[in-house]
Design a protein around this ligand. Structure first.
Ligand SMILES: [Zn+2]
Length: 268
């Protein structure tokens, strides 16, 4: 009997030891697995690295500023409603060309790190009820007020030109004197149009005087693009095609992105 009890005790002990060994084995195996998983996080092809090495940063240049606000691109389609702006011999009206280019620019910028906003989205002047006495003055005043709501912003106004002598043509940018960055942005846009659309365009960017009240009143980097001359029949017909307007919008988009990225990289 005694020996049987001993055998039984030995068997019980052996089972406990076996269970203990299994437990220790599983514990060590789990620890090794956890260690391997955590070391994987710093592996060069880890998900974390892919996110941080994405070619287009989701951090806009605005986050480098003290305000921490996103960068807004304020797009101003000139004229509207009863103010058509320039009109070509064939009846092409400036306000419509401006709005179409502005909308395309807006859609393109929606794909960027920046936030586009439109001053006008329909065929109207921007005066309010009770402001009918001085429609155009109030229209400009309201556009200025709207643009100033965006502290960290770039302002781009879209217009078409006209001149009594019909031979004159070509894209030309005016810039605000109130912010040195306006001239930088204007140069980039003028150069891109020359490089990619109008090789024979020798126009130079111009500092806006008080006659361009909207640029005279804004402090952010601000430009006004005269995209072409409606008084030049050839250019008016080009501006009347969607394809040509898209090219202008795309080059303005590229210029804004180029400007913002160069600013981010500290090259400006
Ligand atoms: Zn105009």
């Amino acid at each position: 009997m005694k020996s049987n009890v001993k055998t039984e005790n030995f068997q019980k002990s052996a089972v406990y030891i076996f269970k203990f060994v299994i437990f220790v084995f599983l514990f060590i195996a789990s620890a090794i697995a956890l260690l391997l998983l955590s070391s994987n996080a710093s592996y060069p092809c880890g998900i974390a690295d892919i996110v941080f090495k994405a070619p287009f940063s989701t951090v806009s240049y605005a986050d480098d500023s003290s305000s921490g606000e996103p960068l807004y691109i304020v797009i101003d389609a000139g004229h509207g409603g009863e103010d058509g702006g320039a009109v070509s011999d064939s009846g092409i009206v400036e306000k419509d060309i401006n709005l179409d280019i502005a909308f395309t620019l807006y859609e393109l910028l929606k794909t960027s790190d920046y936030i586009p906003v439109m001053i006008r989205t329909e065929d109207r002047l921007m005066y309010e009820a009770g402001q009918e006495n001085q429609k155009k003055q109030n229209d400009i005043s309201n556009r200025i007020t709207l643009a100033k709501e965006y502290n960290n912003s770039i302002f781009v106004s879209i217009h078409q030109n006209k001149f009594p002598i019909k031979k004159y043509k070509g894209f030309q940018v005016y810039y605000s004197k109130n912010n040195p960055q306006s001239e930088v942005l204007a140069k980039i846009a003028q150069n891109n149009i020359k490089s990619y659309l109008q090789e024979d365009n020798n126009r130079e960017i111009k500092k806006a005087d008080k006659n361009i009240r909207i640029l005279d009143s804004l402090d952010m980097p601000a430009i006004l693009a005269e995209c072409g001359f409606l008084s030049n029949n050839e250019e008016a017909e080009l501006l009347n095609t969607k394809e040509y307007r898209n090219k202008i919008a795309y080059l303005l988009y590229g210029s804004i992105i180029q400007y913002a990225k160069e600013y981010e990289d500290g090259k400006l």
